[in-house]
Design a protein around this ligand. Sequence first.
Ligand SMILES: *Cc1c(COP(=O)(O)O)cnc(C)c1O
Length: 564
Amino acid sequence: MLEAFIHSPRVAYFSMEIALRNEIPTYAGGLGVLAGDMVRSAADLMLPMVAISLVSRAGYFKQRIDEQGNQLELPDYWLPELWAKPLDAKVAVTIEGRSVWISAWLFLVEGLSGGKQPVLLLDTDLNENSAEDRELTHYLYGGDATYRLKQEIVLGIGGVRLLQALGFSIFHYHMNEGHSAFLGVELLRRHAYPLNELRAGEPHYDIPRVREMCSFTTHTPVEAGHDRFDYALVNRIFDNTFDMLTIRSLAGDDALNMTRLALNLSEYVNGVAKSHAEVSNKMFPGYQVHAITNGVHPFTWAAESFRELYTEHIPGWHHEPELLTRAECCISDEAIRVAHQQAKIKLIEQIVDLTGVKFDLNIPILAFARRMTAYKRPDMLFSDIERLKAIAQKYPFQILMSGKAHPSDAGGKSLIAELHSNAKRLQGIIPSVYLPDYNLAIAHGIVSGSDVWLNTPLRPYEASGTSGMKAALNGVPSLSVLDGWWVEGCMEGITGWAIGSMFSTNGSDTIDLYTKLEQVVLPLYYHQDVSGWTKVMKNAISKNASYFNSHRMMRRYLIEAYTR
Ligand SMILES: *Cc1c(COP(=O)(O)O)cnc(C)c1O
């Protein structure tokens, strides 16, 4: 089954989550969607990769929202046997002094021109393991610190061992976020100096050799996004045949910091946008953080109507998305408007199916969909309800929201409840709905069928953001705070609009949002000459989508990180 993949060296891409398809809930949000897009691009470009993740049999969670706007979290079980093939190999890792066995499922990502990429989904749900250990690969981001530490041992150490057991030859390892940094520890073991050659005070391992083989992408400046484990816990759980002094020297003295560990074991470190690399360089003095800005997979994220349009006018676009620069002159305004209308009709049907509410095709849809958490400020649009109503009286619009809050993020959950009650208060004045259970299918509908993509993060916490790129690919412009990718993507009034400036404070964003909506964005939408709005749509495609795609990202990783 693996013959085609093990005869030549590959890059191993490790990620705690990965979005393979809507039916497979092994992702929580942006990080997993990016991992999926990365592998889809590698398949299209026929680059030698293999992705390693967890099988997450109970998924992240299925979101229900009750009448009061409370988020309810249900397990989201899926059956690996329906989508993936079991592999024979088994390896063990030591956890709490016992062996935990790991096997894997093979999922194949198929590219558009026949390329294939193997994805290995690690699974501890085996007869050999205790009931407790069998659940280690069930819940994505579930459980406590102990559970997380065990999962990260399975991913990092188990992943490297399994690749070897399956016969893969790996020339480079990529850690997608710090969760997989233990892979570097396993590589250290492989590159340990013979015991009889060790001298007191000298390292036990060939650290420079391991660093050469590894790259690390950091994804967030938010502190909670960086795993830290108490050494008391680590000493209890971790395999005691590793030299803990070395690990401490690499991962921090006060706690085992997975980001530190990844930074110290990777020669190439990447941030996910230029501004994020700058922030990361300040967060981690002494390290050089590069910037290969994120991108999205072009074919996956284009609506059916835009796929057809591009294929007709820009053949080869999904292999060379840079060709989308031609959208500006090669596609007529009318054709762009028709394609968008088709996507919008589909979205409106999707909304009716999910909520029973029917949006109006002729009124613009303002969309806000992403993980619900405080720094994304989903409540900003509603901070002055009277002002919002006044704007809607002049220029009617509809509001579409969606997103999950992490089960332990109380702030995020109360924001969902708040949005829910705002939507109720606006009933009859501004049609507003909250779509439950944000996932790939819902995202696909919203990014292509809405009219304005709204994003209001607190600077500098939006490392990149990718949903605005998906929108751009469908000619949907962003109205966004200048953070993450939008610092690079925004040309004011050309590809979309900024909320605030690079120099304004977070506090003035709200006023700016209302002003821009009322004086610039909505007047342009409603202008009797529709060509102004269509021009912005086209520029979103030709100037943003042509660049912010995962093909470019993948090629750059190959050249700048993997084969440096
Ligand atoms: C793209 C995507 C995200 C990430 O969106 P951001 O703009 O980066 O926050 C999260 N969830 C789903 C389902 C997505 O498709």
